[in-house]
Design a protein. Structure first.
Length: 165
């Protein structure tokens, strides 16, 4: 069990409104790391449990401030991995569309796939071969499951811990 007084003695107010963990971290610029008496855990998780109680199974602790070192209880909430991924995209913390290093198609190619499929002359399988993607990916594109809007160009990605506007 964590000694609350000892834990909070490692947190200091920051100019951005956060309460930042001043102890050990997981890597440079990483999450705060706190010893709970048995193992090293994320300081934000320990802070959440000290103030809000146990973290429900299957959920993770999210930062409203996007500051990995923040342990301010008001900045912490639980959510699913999907919630966290959505936050990441909405706050421009993750490249989307063709800006993603994992993207295989440009916005123009996505538009071309939709246009060709709409003619009725191409099957999803044929389009997949033509654009070097799977038939399943073509299905997702033509049914607006992915890439529903053009990629945002010129998005400035904020460093970890920079406050949102």
């Amino acid at each position: 069990m964590v000694d609350a007084n000892r834990f909070w003695s490692h947190a200091a107010p920051a100019s951005n409104g956060c309460l930042e963990w001043a102890g050990a971290t997981f890597g440079p610029g990483g999450y705060g790391a706190a010893w709970d008496g048995e193992r090293t855990r994320g300081a934000h998780r320990v802070a959440y449990e000290l103030t809000h109680g146990p973290i429900p199974d299957g959920l993770l602790v999210r930062h409203a401030c996007d500051n990995r070192r923040c342990v301010k209880p008001e900045h912490l909430s639980v959510g699913t991995y999907a919630d966290n991924a959505r936050d990441c995209t909405e706050r421009a913390r993750k490249a989307t569309g063709h800006h993603s290093p994992l993207a295989k198609l440009t916005d123009d190619q996505v538009a071309e796939i939709r246009a060709l499929y709409a003619t009725g002359k191409w099957t999803q399988r044929e389009l997949g071969r033509r654009f070097s993607v799977t038939q399943a990916r073509v299905w997702q594109i033509v049914h607006d499951r992915v890439r529903t809007a053009p990629s945002v160009r010129g998005v400035e990605f904020r460093p970890v811990g920079e406050a949102t506007s």
